[in-house]
Each structure stands twice: as C-alpha cells, then as structure tokens.
Design a binder for this molecule. Structure first.
Ligand code: SF4
Length: 252
C-alpha cells in the first residue's frame, strides 16, 4: 500500500498559465498566499516516520515549489533525513522550470542519486511546458520565459547525461488547447532526441521512464476540448484509441 502526500511549499506562482485556476485567483486556499515555514516542513517530514504505507512525497500542490526562497535547503534536508527511506519511498517535483539554474540542477541530481536510499527514490522531474515557440509559450503561460525554461531543462537533461545518472526521469507536459495544438509535432521533434528513449503519451505517463505527454484542457465545453486533444495526438503521430475522448479512467 502507498499514500501520496503533498506538502505544498507555496501557493504562489511566478507565471500565469491561462488554463490554471490558481493563476487567476488572489488566494488559492481561501486566504493570502504563503510560503511554508521551516518548522512546518521539518515537523511534517518527521511525522512521516513509522507510517505503514509507502509514502510518495511531492512538495507541490498548487503554485510553483521552486520559488520558495529556501527550496534547496528544504529538499536537501528531506533527503538528508530519509536514510533507508525511513520517511518517504518516492519523491517527485512538479515545476514550470523557470527557476532551475545550474547549481540547483546539480543539487537535485546529486540528491536523486545519493547513497543511503533506494536508487529509484527521486523518481521524476515533471516539467509543465505547454508550448514549443516563444510566442505560444508567452501566450499560454502568461510570461515571456520560453527560452529560459528551454535552456534550464536542456541543461538539466545534459547534466544527467554527462554524469551518467539514471534518476530522476524527466517528463514534459503539454496541455492541448486551441492556441498551442498546432505546435504538438514541433514539441515532440525538439524534445524526443534530447530525452532518454521517452514514452509518447496521450495522457499522464504511467511508466517509470522519460516521457512527453499531452493532456486535454478542462473547459466548459469538454467534448470540444477532448476532441481537439484526440485529434492533436493523432496528428502528432501518437498511437491513440478510437474516439474523441481518449482519457484514461483514472484521469481528471
Ligand atoms: S506554472 Fe503551474 S501553478 Fe503556475 S500558473 Fe502554470 S499551471 Fe498554474
């Protein structure tokens, strides 16, 4: 048995994706947005000790975790006290990749491949990208950060390759919508050769490997959004099931 635990480092974000309700609200949880304090993080982590279930830990729910002013310190501490996986069995980061300089990339790669834990503990870096070109990134993500994000992710992948490291796996997400659907093939063409034998997915990735995945936008007209998603995946050459709605049963 396993349980998924999200310790949300912050509900602030540094960009404004047009499909993200979090980015449209002043408050995400019915109060002012915040950054988690050190005592809450430390106490929460130690509180995981002794749970019977395998804990799958993610320092994110809403917001962008890497903009926490002490993100590096928090994550390094978590791995430092997780010797023998006594607190968590798996770990993953969801990020937009805007704040991922070389020092942070090296830190995360070091923690993911550190001794004293099962080798697949730090499973994934999930990057939310949703665009190929600078113009479409700016439109969909509400910020002119496309080139920076591309450099950051490419450097992370390159460092992993140069250091011959297995973990974490890298996945790149693309929420299909009218403004970016035409870039799906370019997105694959750019990233597929850089990743390590990535799966091409029409829903959440389900395998423990690099992946490029396309998801439908949740909208008021879900049938049209699902149809655009299915057609975009087919046009990009993905092997998809029949029909206009190709989400898996577990998807939301
Ligand atoms: S990066 Fe994530 S939290 Fe921030 S606006 Fe985009 S989807 Fe929302």
């Amino acid at each position: 048995m396993s349980i998924h635990i999200n310790l949300e480092l912050t509900d602030h974000c540094n960009i404004k994706c047009k499909m993200c309700s979090q980015s449209m609200r002043k408050d995400a949880h019915g109060g002012p947005k915040k950054f988690m304090d050190w005592d809450t993080w430390r106490t929460s982590l130690h509180g995981l000790a002794g749970l019977e279930e395998d804990v799958h830990l993610c320092p994110h729910w809403l917001g962008e975790p890497t903009i926490h002013p002490e993100f590096d310190k928090f994550v390094e501490y978590a791995f430092g006290i997780n010797i023998g996986n006594r607190l968590f069995r798996e770990f993953k980061v969801h990020t937009n990749g805007v704040v991922l300089g070389e020092d942070r990339a090296r830190l995360l790669l070091r923690l993911a491949n550190a001794k004293g834990q099962l080798e697949d503990t730090f499973r994934f870096m999930h990057f939310s990208l949703d665009a190929h070109s600078r113009e479409v990134y700016k439109d969909v993500k509400g910020a002119d950060r496309g080139p920076l994000v591309r450099r950051n992710i490419e450097r992370f992948i390159q460092l992993r390759r140069e250091m011959r490291l297995e973990w974490p796996k890298v996945t790149l997400g693309f929420v299909v919508q009218p403004g970016n659907a035409h870039e799906a093939s370019d997105f694959i063409d750019h990233w597929q050769p850089l990743l390590r034998d990535p799966a091409l997915c029409w829903d959440w990735p389900t395998q423990v490997r690099d992946a490029i995945y396309f998801r439908p936008l949740n909208t008021g007209n879900q049938a049209a959004s699902d149809a655009l998603h299915a057609e975009t995946c087919r046009s990009a050459g993905l092997e998809v099931p029949e029909g206009d709605r190709i989400r898996s049963a577990e998807s939301f």
